[in-house]
Ligand binder design. Structure first.
Ligand code: PEP
Ligand code: MN
Length: 335
């Protein structure tokens, strides 16, 4: 309560607290009265109480998300992906690499072999691309999914591919091992619920302007729909900075590990936008405690249909894997 709140003001707030099904515990300080509200009512629209006379502010104690929080589950969630059930969230740091988009069969199969050879656990590649411009390459659609499935059959890599529309969820889930929800769709709630109704692990990217709470609440939608296999992916946020495509905030890795049991991975490709920055951003992500990385890798970045500037070559990937292995070892993990 604000200084000078009367008994009547406090009684009024207590009445509201009870109306919302909570119990009050009033603390009288030297110049302030605090009304603690007991009970788990995340549904309460706290602004209703905040507007009552002489209320200074409401300080939430419980996180707004529940299923994603450490309150309900103390131990880290390990999510098994692909035919070989690679665990994401355990001691192993799982690297997923591949092109931004599936462009053709030969490109994808060659890349898949290189990605496998480099020691990665997953192959990424978009068959449906959420492009900023309607005139850009939009992806091969179901044909791309078939090529991805062929690459899995040959290599055993887990297939990570994006689903951008509600109507595609079932079809993409038939081919993919991990359903990617892109940054642009992090707050597409019906889509979150739809992937939450599948049995496939979901790789949820942070929206480019989403706050941490909003990111975790998006994960909460998926979990509440029945699917607790959510991998969080930091992919950089939009800031005033121009020398990078996005600004990659790595403190979020540690902060998320403090708040959630879900695995946290980083996308250093969208996170920087430049291939020459990807190795350093990858190394820093692993050092910061990321459970994995999602890296764009292209056989011929100069001719890539999308995101060539931020795609590293298979040779660079091999070199990077060696470096990441040494960093993982230094923090008692492995690749
Ligand atoms: C992608 O992974 O290619 C992609 C479109 O990423 P984001 O949703 O993070 O922009
Ligand atoms: Mn991309």
């Amino acid at each position: 309560m604000k200084p000078g709140a009367t008994d009547e003001n406090v009684e009024h707030v207590i009445g509201l607290v009870r109306d919302y099904g909570l119990k009050e515990h009033v603390i009288h300080g030297t110049d302030r009265t605090v009304v603690a509200c007991l009970g788990d009512k995340r549904m309460v629209d706290k602004s209703a109480i905040e507007n009552a006379p002489m209320v200074e502010r409401i300080v939430p104690i419980l996180a707004p998300y529940k299923m994603a929080s450490l309150e309900v589950r103390k131990e880290k969630t390990v999510i098994e992906i692909g035919p070989n059930r690679f665990g994401v969230g355990g001691t192993k740091v799982g690297i997923i690499a591949g092109p931004c988009a599936v462009e053709n069969r030969e490109q994808l199969l060659k890349t898949a072999r290189a990605v496998k050879e480099a020691g990665c656990i997953g192959l990424r590649g978009g068959a449906y691309k959420p492009r900023t411009s309607p005139y850009s390459f939009q992806g091969l659609g179901e044909e791309g999914l078939k090529i991805l499935a062929e690459a899995r059959a040959e290599t055993g890599l887990a297939i990570v591919t994006e689903v951008i529309g509600l109507e595609q969820v079932d079809m993409v889930a038939q081919y993919a091992d991990v359903l990617q929800i892109g940054a642009r769709n992090m707050q597409h709630y019906p889509l979150l619920e739809a992937v939450g109704k599948t049995k496939k692990p979901v790789l949820l990217k942070r929206g480019m302007s989403a706050q941490l709470n909003e990111f975790l609440l998006a994960a909460e939608y998926i979990i509440n729909a029945g699917n607790s296999q959510v991998i969080l992916c930091e992919r950089g946020i939009r800031t005033f900075e121009r020398y990078v495509r996005n600004t990659l905030p790595l403190a979020v890795v540690a902060e998320l590990h403090d708040k959630t049991h879900l695995p946290v991975i980083v996308d250093p490709s969208h996170g920087t936008g430049h291939a020459h920055l990807v190795p350093a951003a990858s190394a820093a992500s692993v050092a910061a405690g990321a459970d994995g990385l999602l890296i764009e890798c292209h056989l011929d970045p100069e001719h890539a249909a999308s995101d060539g500037a931020q795609s590293i070559t298979p040779d660079a990937l091999v070199k990077l894997m060696g470096r990441l292995g040494r960093i993982a070892k230094a923090i008692d993990r492995d690749l």
